[in-house]
Design a binder for this molecule. Sequence first.
Ligand code: GLP
Length: 242
Amino acid sequence: MKIVQVKDYNEMSEAACSLIIREIHNDPELVLGLATGSTPEGLYKKLIEKYNQEAVSFKAITSFNLDEYIGLSKDNRNSYHFYMENYLFQHIDINMQNVYVPTANSPDAEKECSAYEKLIRDNGKIDLQILGLGTNGHIGFNEPGTKFSSRTHIVNLAESTRKANARFFETIENVPTSAITMGIKTIMESREIIILVSGERKAKALARFINGEISEHFPASILKKHDNVTVIADEAAMNNLK
Ligand code: GLP
């Protein structure tokens, strides 16, 4: 696992942006795995800037999002469909036919999970997956205790996750209790993974991720077994490692 330490959130976003652009230049048909949450917002801003400067085109890429809340409509401002549209898709030349976000309101959610897995497989797997780190070690919405062998599935959100994400909602009661997420195995099959970690809020989780044992109690720990992972972390997040 490669660890890149950067000064702050801005540098983290910049470093991730450069890496993604390099990969798109190498392969304009890149299959990109995307994350939501506050962590990649800066990265998406930088990608839009680069697009506006004509330094990159997203025309031929395909994207798969990690997860989506169950129970929120696509136009709910807290849904990840809305987030992606708002923070990235509407600002770039990505072909919306090649954009995939799990449909969490499908009448048959189990079927949606296997269909999503199949779609990823049919696209030849994910070339580059972007991840954030949950304060409890979750990746995507794979909460502590999720099997490392899991594929796209439905999850009940941990109370700690609902609390952590309550800042985006009016009250904690409005935070959905379940979600659909790519599984850990799905994520691990990506050719390359970048995990972004910023701020003191993540310092404990980052220290456990880097120094702790590999265990299903801390989902991100499995990334240490992947042979192409880059952690981009800022000084505040690295604080507990010194
Ligand atoms: C959320 C998302 C994850 C995200 C993580 C961290 O619940 N499902 O994909 O990476 O938690 O969120 P944030 O970046 O807001 O700290």
